[in-house]
Design a protein around this ligand. Structure first.
Ligand code: CU
Length: 501
C-alpha cells in the first residue's frame, strides 16, 4: 500500500510539472506512469491486408516483471489489424507452439468454411495455415478482435496473450461528431503468472490476476481539459469482467460490439464482459490526474471475484503543441445496418439452456458438453429465429454466436428498446435473455459455434455447433466439413507457454 501511495504522490507531482506548475525533473519523468501505447498496427493497402502471424512462446514484460507468454509476433496485446469494408484479410498463421492452435475472427459476418473463419480447423504444432477473410462491402464497421479458439485450451492460450484487435474502419463516419476526435484502441487483458512465471491459470491462481490496458499496467492516458476522446475498449480476457469508472467524470456509451448504439447513454460506470466491445466518449474536466478504475466485480455465488485495480491514470493537461479542443458536436448516429430484425415471421423458437455441475466441474448447453462431431442445431438459410438463452446456474455467462449478430428482445421478461445488433450478451443468474437472429446472409452458410465466452466455461463444455445450410442442397453430409486435422495434436497437458522453440 505504501508503494502505491508513493507512486501516486509522484504521479501527481509529475502531472503538476507537466501542467507547468513546476519544472519537471529527470526523476519525476522516470517514475511517472508511462504513456499508453497502441500496439503495432497492420493496415490494408489497395483492398488487401497480408499478415504473417507467428504464434510462439515469448517472454513478456508486464508491470516491471517478465513472464512467459504466448503471443502473435511477440506482441502481448496483439498487433492491430485495420481494414475497410470490402477488403480481404490474408492471415498466415505459423504455429511455433508445442500444441495446436487456431484463430477465430470474433464478430465478423464472414464465411465459416474452407480457409475462412473456421474455428473447428486446428493448426497442429509446427504447421501453418492461411486464413483468407473477404470482408463484405456492406459489413458493419467497428472494433472486432481475433483470438485463439482451440477447444480445451482456449482459456490458457488467451491468457498467454494470443489475441489482438481488428478494426473495420467507418465507425466515425456513422457518428460524425467523433471524426476529429483522438481515437484510442484499448485492449483489456489480464495475466496471472504461476510460480514459474508462466501465464497459466490452470489451476486457478491463488494470488489473483493483474489487469492490463494495451499490455501495460496502469499506463497514462493524456488528454486536454475540455477535450473529448473516443475510447474503444475490447475485453480480450479469458474470463474477466471490467466495471470501469473514471474518477470525477461521466462517460457516454456510443457503441457496443462494434456498432454504434442508436441512443447514446451517459453513465458513471460501464460493465464490459469477456469478448465484449464498448465505445465511449470521455470529456476531460479541469487539469488534474484522474484514476480509471476497474471496480470489483463478482460473477455470482459460484463465480469469480475480480478485485478493484487502477487500470490507468488519465492526465488532463494543456498541450501547447495542439489546438484547443473543440466542443463535441451533436451525436447524430447514421448506421444503416442498425435496424430491428422483422418479427412478422418467426421460423423457430429455441431454448438454449446454460448449466453447470459444481461436482464434476463440467459446463453444459442443453445438458450436453461440446462434441465436435455433433451438430446441435440445423437452420435453413433464410430463417429468422427467436432463441431464449437461459442461465440455470449461480454465476454469470456471456452468450456469443459466431458469424451472425442478434437483436436482444428481452432480459428477464423485460422488453428491451432496440439499441442495435450485438454479438455478445450477459445472461443474468437464473435469468432469461430472448434474442432474434436472421440467418439470411448467404455468406454465413456452413457450420459454426455458439458458446459462453467465459473461456473456462467454454473449455469445460459450454459450447455447441450450428449449421446454416442452403435449402436447395440440404445440410452437409457428416464428416464433410470437419477439418482433416481437427483435434489432432491436442497436447492437453502442455501449457501453451511451454512451447518455445
Ligand atoms: Cu459461462
Amino acid at each position: 500500500m505504501f508503494c502505491k501511495i508513493l507512486v501516486y504522490a509522484v504521479s501527481v507531482a509529475w502531472f503538476l510539472s507537466l501542467a507547468g506548475a513546476t519544472p519537471a525533473t529527470v526523476t519525476q519523468t522516470i517514475i511517472a506512469p508511462i504513456p499508453m501505447v497502441t500496439p503495432i498496427e497492420y493496415r490494408s493497402v489497395d483492398g488487401q491486408l497480408f499478415v504473417t502471424m507467428e504464434a510462439r512462446a515469448t517472454p513478456v514484460a508486464l508491470g516491471g516483471i517478465v513472464v512467459n507468454g504466448v503471443t502473435y509476433n511477440g506482441v502481448y496485446a496483439g498487433p492491430v489489424l485495420r481494414l475497410m469494408p470490402g477488403d480481404t484479410l490474408h492471415f498466415h498463421l505459423v504455429n511455433h507452439l508445442l500444441q495446436a492452435t487456431n484463430v477465430h475472427f470474433h464478430g465478423l459476418s464472414v464465411s465459416p468454411q474452407g480457409h475462412g473463419d473456421d474455428s473447428m480447423h486446428m493448426v497442429a504444432a509446427g504447421d501453418s495455415w492461411d486464413y483468407i477473410i473477404p470482408i463484405p462491402k456492406d459489413h458493419p464497421p467497428g472494433v472486432y478482435w481475433y483470438h485463439t479458439h482451440g477447444h480445451d485450451f482456449a482459456e490458457r492460450q488467451l491468457m498467454g496473450g494470443l489475441s489482438g484487435t481488428l478494426v473495420i474502419d467507418g465507425f466515425q463516419e456513422q457518428v460524425p461528431a467523433t471524426k476529429l476526435l483522438t481515437e484510442h484502441l484499448m485492449a483489456l487483458k489480464e495475466f496471472s503468472p504461476n510460480k514459474n512465471g508462466d501465464l497459466n491459470i490452470v489451476p486457478k491462481p491463488v494470488n489473483g490476476s493483474i489487469k492490463t490496458l494495451n499490455g501495460q499496467v496502469t499506463p497514462r492516458i493524456d488528454i486536454q481539459p475540455g477535450e473529448t476522446q473516443l475510447w474503444r475498449f475490447s475485453d480480450q480476457t479469458a474470463n474477466t469482467y471490467f466495471r470501469l469508472r473514471l474518477e470525477g467524470h461521466q462517460m457516454i456509451v456510443i457503441g457496443r460490439d462494434a456498432r454504434p448504439i442508436l441512443h447514446p447513454e451517459t453513465v458513471s460506470e460501464v460493465l464490459i464482459g469477456p469478448s465484449e466491445r464498448t465505445d465511449l466518449l470521455v470529456t476531460a474536466r479541469a487539469a488534474g490526474a484522474y484514476r480509471l478504475i476497474a471496480e470489483p466485480v463478482s460473477t455470482g455465488p459460484v463465480g469469480d471475484m475480480f478485485p478493484a485495480q487502477d487500470l490507468a491514470i488519465v492526465a488532463s493537461a494543456r498541450d501547447m503543441s495542439r489546438p484547443a479542443p473543440l466542443p463535441l458536436g451533436a451525436l447524430i448516429i447514421n448506421a444503416p445496418g442498425q435496424k430491428p430484425i422483422p418479427g412478422d415471421r418467426i421460423d423457430a423458437h429455441r431454448l438454449v439452456s446454460l448449466s453447470e455441475d459444481p461436482v464434476t466441474g463440467l459446463f453444459f448447453i442443453n445438458h450436453a458438453v461440446f462434441d465436435p462431431a455433433r451438430i446441435d442445431i440445423s437452420v435453413p438459410l433464410g430463417s429468422i429465429e427467436d432463441w431464449t438463452i437461459r442461465n440455470s446456474s449461480e454465476e454469470l455467462h456471456v452468450f456469443h454466436i459466431h458469424q451472425v449478430p442478434f437483436q436482444v428482445l428481452s432480459i428477464n421478461g423485460k422488453p428491451q428498446p432496440f439499441q442495435g445488433l450485438r454479438d455478445t450478451i450477459d445472461v443474468p443468474i437464473h435469468g432469461d435473455v430472448v434474442i432474434r437472429m436472421a440467418f439470411t446472409d448467404p455468406t454465413i452458410v456452413g457450420r459454426f459455434m455458439y458458446h459462453c465466452h467465459i473461456l473456462e466455461h467454454e473449455d469445460k463444455g459450454m459450447m455447441s455447433q450450428i449449421e446454416v445450410y442452403d435449402p436447395k442442397t440440404g445440410p452437409m453430409p457428416e464428416g464433410m466439413h470437419m477439418s482433416s486435422d481437427a483435434g489432432k495434436s491436442r497436447s492437453h497437458g502442455i501449457p501453451a507457454n511451454s512451447g518455445a522453440r
